[in-house]
Write a protein that binds this ligand. Structure first.
Ligand code: ZN
Ligand code: ZN
Length: 278
């Protein structure tokens, strides 16, 4: 599994196609460079369970909380990202970091019923990014689950987090979700809300935008959540999803403007309507 293969090429593609999200793409490039360096060095989190047992019994990260995370490694990534992305933002309270990690993990696992009014600030985006090298390394290192729609999981089979984006692939346009934390991909029904499991098709909908029919925003009128769904059925292989996610940020802004929300961060971190012009 080659994570985010040829991301630079794809970033160049989106820079031309979506110049209005250029700043975000430049930021993403810095993030992916740091991420790939640290992922090479990261050690996979220990999991004694076979992934198919994890699927049956719940996931290992949920079970053991942050105990598995190499905190010193996390700190190193955290400060590297902080100084590269937000040199003006300093973060001195190292003692608070474990608690921030816990809060962040609870948030993206929807452990609190509907944590959608959660007060969240920029520091959580850095926590999110700083966890990725270890989590992605883990995701690469363990055998992937057998592809099946027999069991339906809206939480990641590897780490138990919610997805941030979805794609349709192959001739049958089967839907795959992408984990917001570790990048694992797994199958999920097309006509089902990822966040509340609603399957009433009258309460599910989507919108597209002019000239971009392959990118759609799936939304649910029950929980008011949305997720982008990219039709990759014409692709030879699935493009690097962090780049696709960032190149299509204007779809997120449109969804937010229409009152929909996404409980998980985008790849580059949490985005908010008020940040639109940043
Ligand atoms: Zn995951
Ligand atoms: Zn829903």
């Amino acid at each position: 599994l080659n994570f985010y293969k040829d991301y630079k090429k794809r970033i160049d593609f989106w820079k031309k196609k979506s110049p209005h999200v250029l700043d975000a793409l430049l930021k993403l490039e810095i993030i992916l460079d740091i991420n790939s360096d640290f992922r090479d060095k990261a050690v996979s989190l220990e999991t004694k369970e076979n992934i198919n047992n994890i699927l049956k019994n719940g996931n290992f990260l949920t079970n053991s909380g942050i105990a598995n995370i190499d905190f010193n490694f996390f700190k190193e990534v955290f400060f590297k990202i902080l100084e590269s992305l937000s040199p003006k933002l300093s973060y001195k309270d190292i003692d608070e970091l474990p608690e921030l990690i816990n809060t962040y993990l609870n948030f993206i696992k929807l452990e609190n019923d509907q944590p959608l009014n959660f007060e969240i600030d920029d520091i959580f985006s850095i926590v999110h990014l700083a966890l990725k090298p270890q989590m992605e390394k883990t995701s690469i290192s363990i055998p992937q689950p057998i592809e099946t729609e027999e069991h339906i999981y809206n939480l990641c089979p590897v780490c138990g987090s919610l997805p941030y984006i979805s794609d349709l692939r192959n001739e049958n346009r089967s839907r795959h979700l992408h984990c917001s934390l570790c990048g694992a991909q797994w199958m999920f029904p097309r006509m089902r809300c990822v966040f509340c499991n609603n399957t009433d098709f009258e309460k599910l909908g989507y919108f597209t935008m002019d000239n971009e029919p392959d990118i759609r925003v799936d939304f649910c009128k029950i929980c008011s959540c949305y997720i982008k769904n990219l039709d990759c059925s014409q692709f030879f292989e699935i493009p690097p999803m962090p780049v696709e996610d960032t190149g299509t940020l204007h779809f997120d802004f449109k969804a937010l403007e229409n009152g929909f929300i996404k409980p998980t961060p985008n790849f580059i971190g949490f985005i908010f309507l008020q940040n639109k012009d940043k």
